[in-house]
Design a protein around this ligand. Structure first.
Ligand code: NDP
Length: 327
């Protein structure tokens, strides 16, 4: 038997709660993992609350991330006792996920736990932090360097935003943090932001072009915010788009792209190829200070995950949430 968070949907409605399950209910897979920690990302919040169409089959164990130890494996890359990590691949959406004491998965989806992190630290980073690093790598790939000017991070007090601020600051960029929670200004400055701006300055419909300010941006918000970020990005600047916290729409014009040569780089963590994942995790080991990681993280037990998911979707959670699935 193992404990799991289980989501179901039927005539009685959409519901999520803790269940005790028999091992034979685990899905197909060539690796069985004893899970130590999982996390709550925005997508997990949508899945658990039912506020977004994340779960594609029911019943579903949510949790797009997990860290733990291999219990049994017929995959050539992993053996019993290996410490592993998983992010994405549709886990927690179409395949039972990490918010459980046990998971059965495809070995091709797993990566070895990076030596730099404990399982709990790896989950404090989670998909949110690994996505933040994919954004940083995309800025670098497109030639954005610290001497070129300010980098904007939107949704800065959230999970992706907090890690992006900390990593970019460590790399020497001048980071401007946009947040709806001005009371988190000191927190964002501790992570390394040089300036904190009110997200209201970016969230309303704007002009096709605005005063050039950003050399680069990490946008977790989408909608009018992303349109305004593109409109205020400097000549040949780079905007990485990974999120939709304000909305999935993009009410923008082509002006920033055809008149200023701005690059809009899309970031997907779910099906990102393995070599890029490994590179992102390796860079997190080098460029994310664990003291800052601790500052942005809170830990809860599995039984608290449903309530916390509601708070996360309401925008009331700061930074990252680690879930100890064994309490
Ligand atoms: P969080 O909930 O931790 O952070 C989201 C932040 O967005 C909030 O903290 C808030 O920041 C801001 N926000 C919330 N509502 C609004 C709003 N209506 N208008 C403007 N800003 C808002 O989520 P994550 O950091 O885990 O994820 C951020 C986004 O990135 C999500 O949309 C998520 O789906 C996406 N994502 C995408 C991935 C990919 O592979 N492309 C992977 C991981 C995440 P503040 O209070 O500072 O304003």
């Amino acid at each position: 038997m193992f404990k799991a968070l289980l989501i179901d949907k039927d005539a009685a409605g959409y519901r999520a709660g803790i269940a005790e399950l028999e091992d034979d209910r685990l899905p197909e897979g060539d690796v069985t993992v004893r899970v130590a920690y999982s996390t709550l990302n925005y997508k997990d919040g949508l899945a658990i609350t039912g506020k977004g169409p994340v779960v594609r089959s029911f019943p579903m164990v949510p949790g797009i991330d997990l860290a733990g130890t291999v219990e049994a494996s017929s995959h050539p890359g992993f053996k019993a006792g290996d410490a592993v990590l998983l992010n994405g691949w549709g886990v927690g959406e179409v395949h039972w996920g990490g918010l459980a004491q046990r998971a059965r998965l495809k070995g091709d989806w797993l990566v070895p736990l990076p030596a730099a992190f404990t399982p709990a630290q790896a989950m404090a980073i989670g998909t949110a932090g690994y996505t933040a690093m994919l954004c940083v790598l995309a800025l670098e790939k497109h030639g954005v360097t610290p001497d070129q000017g300010e980098i904007l991070v939107t949704g800065a007090a959230g999970g992706v935003g907090s890690v992006a601020v900390a990593v970019l600051a460590k790399l020497g960029y001048r980071v401007v943090a946009s947040t709806g929670r001005v009371e988190e200004g000191d927190y964002l400055k501790e992570l390394g932001a040089v300036e904190v701006i009110d997200r209201a300055t970016l969230s309303a419909p704007g002009k096709p072009l605005a005063r050039e300010r950003w050399a680069g941006a990490v946008d977790t918000v989408g909608s009018h915010t992303l349109a305004n970020v593109c409109a205020s990005t400097r000549y040949r600047g780079v905007v990485t788009a990974c999120g939709l916290a304000q909305g999935m729409d993009l009410p923008a014009s082509v002006a920033p792209f055809i008149l200023r040569g701005v690059t809009l780089a899309g970031i997907d963590s779910v099906y990102c190829p393995v070599p890029e994942r490994l590179a992102a995790w390796q860079r997190l080991g080098r460029d994310l200070e664990v003291t800052k990681l601790a500052r942005m993280t809170c830990e809860i037990g599995l039984s608290e995950a449903v309530a916390k998911a509601g708070e996360l979707i309401a925008g009331r959670v700061r930074g990252r949430v680690v879930v100890d699935v064994n309490r």
